[in-house]
Ligand binder design. Structure first.
Ligand code: ACO
Length: 326
């Protein structure tokens, strides 16, 4: 049995923050941001919005596409590094907002690779025969966890959410073909938020030094990302006995256009076959892959029968991929 994606959904907050506005906030330029990252603008939540609000909005659209009621859900998995609370889980909040009272609910944390991890876990619950309707969501409010005075990080991130509903596939040819998860905790400190956990509680010093916000050695992350994504893409092709020509669409994590172009080149894929949203969304961490996937599905680019390769890389360090037959 395979797990298939029966519906996708996404949500973006209304407020658009452009590179021009950032030029007035920190010592940066539209030219620098565009040439280094491909980002032109990103979305920022309103004062009353939290991660679960974004997640529930994307989830409702995925349920609607699949014609499934929230009461039918067996499990909700939310991938996020920007939860509503330290505890309880954001997935529990989504359950409450949807009225999905039958569902079990928990969060997964694998930074920008979170959606790939959550998809992989959701797939196992379906193929193991335990559940029939599993909602997998990536949702982030990164704007509340970046230092808006640090030009090396604040220009990169945005808020948003994306969701996918997993069901058992009636057609053996369709669904999740394989998932590939990796992690290397030795490089934990090149992309992280130092304060706010048990190792460094938030105190006056942490607040003064903004240690509860994202810290990134961007250059080091960039190099590892290009190498590991190239490796994982090879792994997907080899394990499935496929060639580059068998991939119809690449839905990459939207961190940086240059990283995306390097992976597309590795796959010998023309850029028309690569779904790009980084220009409009920035890096929305766990939300970026499902957001891009939903755009490609709703616009009709991804069609039944297409082989779609999803990949991501992020803090942990973590990286991974999933191959899906639409
Ligand atoms: N505006 C203007 N100048 C800037 C800015 C900015 N916003 N940010 C940095 N600079 C300057 C630096 O100060 C430096 O100046 P110097 O040469 O005078 O010292 C110069 O630009 C070059 O800095 P680098 O960090 O070397 O720039 P780089 O070309 O590596 O680009 C970037 C930085 C865009 C962050 C890139 O390294 C990158 O995309 N890294 C990967 C990010 C990523 O994939 N993250 C993973 C997922 S995130 C997650 O898991 C939450």
């Amino acid at each position: 049995m395979k797990a298939a994606i029966a519906g996708t959904g996404s949500y973006l907050p209304e407020r658009i923050l452009t590179n021009m506005e950032l030029e007035r906030m920190v010592d940066t330029s539209d030219e620098w941001i565009t040439s280094r990252t491909g980002i032109k603008e990103r979305r920022i939540v309103g004062p009353d919005e939290a991660t679960s609000d974004l997640a529930a909005a994307a989830a409702r659209k995925a349920l609607e596409m699949a014609s499934v009621d929230a009461e039918e859900l067996d499990l909700i998995i939310v991938a996020t590094i920007t939860p509503d609370f330290m505890f309880p889980s954001t997935a529990g909040q989504v359950q409450r907002l949807l009225g999905a009272h039958r569902a079990a609910a928990f969060d997964i944390e694998a930074a920008c690779t979170g959606f790939i991890y959550a998809l992989s876990v959701g797939e196992l619950f379906i193929t193991g025969g335990k559940y029939n309707k599993v909602l997998v969501i990536g949702a982030e409010v990164l704007s509340r966890f970046v230092n808006w005075e640090d030009k090396t990080t604040c220009v990169l991130f945005g808020d948003g959410s994306g969701a996918a509903l997993l069901v058992p596939s009636e057609d053996e040819e369709r669904g999740i073909i394989s998932t590939h998860l990796h992690s290397d905790g030795r490089m934990w400190d090149i992309l992280m938020a130092p304060a706010g956990g048990s190792r460094m509680p938030i105190d006056e010093r942490a607040i003064a030094q903004k240690l509860n916000t994202v810290k990134m050695k961007g250059n080091e992350v960039f190099k590892v990302a290009v190498t590991k994504l190239s490796e994982v893409v090879d792994e997907v092709l080899q394990e499935n006995g496929l060639g580059e020509e068998d991939i119809d669409f690449l839905v990459p994590h939207q961190a940086n256009l240059r990283i995306i172009q390097a992976t597309a080149k590795k796959l010998k894929l023309p850029m028309e076959k690569v779904i790009i949203t980084v220009d409009r969304h920035g890096n929305t961490s766990a939300a970026s892959v499902p957001l891009a996937l939903d755009e490609a599905v709703r616009s009709g680019r991804i069609k039944q029968g297409d082989r779609v390769l999803l990949e991501a890389f992020g803090g942990g360090l973590t990286w991974g991929a999933a191959l899906v037959r639409w």
